[in-house]
Design a protein around this ligand. Structure first.
Ligand SMILES: C[S@@+](CC[C@H](N)C(=O)[O-])C[C@H]1O[C@@H](n2cnc3c(N)ncnc32)[C@H](O)[C@@H]1O
Length: 274
């Protein structure tokens, strides 16, 4: 089956089965199977793709499996990360957090230590490590399923250390960071059942921030911050309605600011340990 035939059939099949964004998903799936970038689609219309693999991918999409899990990888900043069931799919809004963290790490000396807490696929910490070769980045993740992806993604990046640990435990064995970045679970538990079905295919442990969604910010502010050196930079992704509450939790820090994302929504908390 040619790339063009595969694309036309996929758009038809996904549309007929009520899958949203059928043209985008068809393009991504077919180009993935043809091992070409989406932008090169038009110059590879006659290439061949496996009909069996196409049918398998389409069936998974029809069953509600997220596109990124079907492809087994997803782009984040300048890299492609292995993803699949058990790990959160890297989000575009998190790229803004990673970019800001990269700027901070570049200003934190020649060999800074960075912690990426709740690291998931490692998209934040590994992006920092790639952009800042002098940094040592500790990516801490509790889920063994997510940790397998973290290890795979970190395999070729010399300055990343994947750490399988619960951030509510003792982290004192790690060297103290100059920059701490985290995109922790922050969805209030009661909101979880209202999320889109595709999001619910992602691990609950990656989403559930407790009753008010703030459990992990409380943990970082009350238990982790007191163990850090004065001057440590904190960068945390937050939910769009959590700016004020998270700012209050970090009131003992200095320079506490909430930054908005490209949509003008509160998205990042920045603070300096006092
Ligand atoms: C919102 S996801 C973020 C993943 C990744 N940093 C990203 O931005 O795509 C939160 C991650 O925290 C992990 N996690 C949940 N509780 C944890 C804990 N107590 N200690 C360490 N990691 C935890 C989850 O397994 C999940 O991978």
């Amino acid at each position: 089956m040619t790339v063009q035939e595969a694309y036309n059939y996929s758009v038809y099949f996904l549309g007929a089965n009520g899958v949203d964004e059928e043209e985008f998903k068809a393009k991504c799936l077919v180009c993935h199977l043809a091992k070409i970038a989406n932008r090169d689609y038009h110059s590879h219309l006659g290439d061949l793709v496996s009909q069996k693999k196409l049918a398998d991918g389409l069936w998974q999409l029809k069953s509600g499996t997220p596109l990124q899990y079907v492809l087994g990888e997803w782009d984040f900043l300048d890299s492609t990360f292995a993803v699949g069931p058990g790990v959160l799919i890297p989000r575009p809004e998190t790229e803004e957090l990673a970019q800001l963290a990269i700027e901070q790490v570049k200003n934190a000396g020649s060999t800074p230590v960075v912690w990426d807490l709740c690291a998931g696929s490692g998209c934040i910490g590994i992006s920092i490590a790639n952009a800042c070769p002098g940094a040592s980045v500790y990516c801490v993740e509790k889920s063994t399923d997510a940790f397998a992806y973290l290890q795979k993604n970190a395999m070729l990046v010399a300055n990343v250390r994947p750490v399988l640990a619960d951030i509510s435990g003792d982290l004192t064995a790690l060297p103290k960071p100059q920059v701490l970045v985290s995109n922790p679970p922050y969805i209030p538990a009661a909101v979880l059942p209202t999320l889109q079905p595709e999001v619910l295919k992602e691990p609950r442990m990656a989403l559930d921030g407790g009753t008010d969604g703030l459990d992990f910010y409380r943990l970082i502010a009350e238990k982790i911050v007191p163990t850090l050196d004065s001057g440590t930079q904190l960068l945390l992704e937050i939910g769009d309605e959590q700016g004020r509450a998270v700012q209050n939790l970090f009131a003992t820090c200095e320079n506490v600011q909430v930054r908005q994302d490209i949509y003008g929504k509160d998205r990042i908390l920045i603070a300096t340990v006092a």
